[in-house]
Design a protein around this ligand. Sequence first.
Ligand SMILES: Cc1cc2nc3c(=O)[nH]c(=O)nc-3n(C[C@H](O)[C@H](O)[C@H](O)COP(=O)(O)OP(=O)(O)OC[C@H]3O[C@@H](n4cnc5c(N)ncnc54)[C@H](O)[C@@H]3O)c2cc1C
Length: 459
Amino acid sequence: MNLGVVLNRVFRINDNPLFHYIAQHKEEIEQLAMIIPIENMDDVSNVKKQYYYNLVGSFVATLKQYNIQPFIVNYNQLGNLCQRLDLTHILMPKDIMSFNNEENDYPHVSAELKKHNVQIIGLRVNHYFQPSLTFNKQNEPYKVFTSFYKANRDKVINKPNYSYELTALSKLCSDGQNKTNIAFDKNYNIERQSNKTWQDFLSNDIAYYSRNRDDVSQSYVSGMSIDLAYGLLDITMVINDLLENYPNDEENYEAYIRELMFREFYYVLMTQFPNTAHQSFNEKYRKLNWSYNKAHFKAWTEGNTGYPLVDAAMRKLNRTGHMHNRLRMVVSQFLTKDLFIDWVWGEAYFKKYLIDYDNASNVHGWQWSASTGTDAVPYFRMFNPSTQGERFDKNAYFIIEELSIFEDVPSKYIHHPMSYEQTLQQTYGVELGKDYPKAIVDHKTSRAHVMSKFKNIGK
Ligand SMILES: Cc1cc2nc3c(=O)[nH]c(=O)nc-3n(C[C@H](O)[C@H](O)[C@H](O)COP(=O)(O)OP(=O)(O)OC[C@H]3O[C@@H](n4cnc5c(N)ncnc54)[C@H](O)[C@@H]3O)c2cc1C
């Protein structure tokens, strides 16, 4: 066979199931082309775009060290490339949920390539479970996380390493070129850095994970979502590492594995209910009469709602492309409850800015907060953004990082600016409405509004 291998978002030299497959089938391969189709990043923030381009550059440079010169094309040139190289087969990932454009996913690309008479070989490279093997006795996907977790936790086991030698495989490869107009010239080895960060997390912060992961002022989380979204680390190897150290600290390791199981749970659901990418999972809530108030939405995106924790989180997202999980819950609840704006708007905004964007986790995260999803937070358990600040950013260290206007203000005032308007102005020189926005909505009033909207649905 003349085999093309699609490597976008499997940006790793180590533990790469695509390379393992090639090694297993090398006798059948007459011609081999490593291909990196490039995603269109016109719609995303500059920070995210730059991260992606740097990553491609870093991967290309690493491949070069193994004498592999990949073909770099835009996604819409992939079919033509197959024709030009006379490829008979394409090996590609079938489970990536983090593409910036839906058209780059497995169903779309494989349908397109079949038009060019190419046979597709799809491999799972980015998730642990094959969806159908996680189903319940009725052969249906679990819709409640705890049941999914209980039923599938025993299937999380140590698995064998992949086996291949890249230098040997490189001898089969044709030399490609960069056919895009983007220069990928990053030399810094991001995969190595990713492995180091992961090992550092295992040696240090995981010991505090269970107790402190919600504290937004310090980082006890792993930051691995980016590495998983771009395929810098292999999930099977991540699990192997966790299981190896598990007996030393069951509580923290289990807490971490549980979070990875959330990612798998949402992945399985998205493969079975792809319509929920744009529609409420709970059909009843498709009739909710959301607000589409553009001024409110703008204030939320810019971090100008007058709720410091929400504003600091949004400003950090805009600046860096990152947001802590607790803050994602807080800002998504604020948008969908306090402002009662359709979660679809928030989901799209996150997609544009989050470097670790993943369709399944993002959509289900949003639907959890909006109370429209599977196993979602009940609508009457609405977060209070001020008390969330008191609980998870007690000393307001995180808020002050983004809202330096509050640098000299004690945290009790920062978490409730409207209640201390006078003190803020007279003692600390912070005038609400001038130096920092007044709250755009009153939480208590919003709460009453949300309760009535959900209770009276369809009436
Ligand atoms: C509204 C909303 C949107 C979200 N959007 C995304 C997204 O686009 N991409 C994304 O990867 N995650 C998303 N999440 C889940 C979660 O916030 C991130 O995975 C987490 O913040 C990543 O940081 P970390 O790697 O340091 O997490 P850690 O706490 O170190 O967790 C380890 C890993 O477990 C997985 N994980 C942890 N929490 C969750 C969760 N709640 N749901 C699914 N997987 C989880 C991730 O793969 C993460 O890397 C979203 C959550 C919410 C509430």
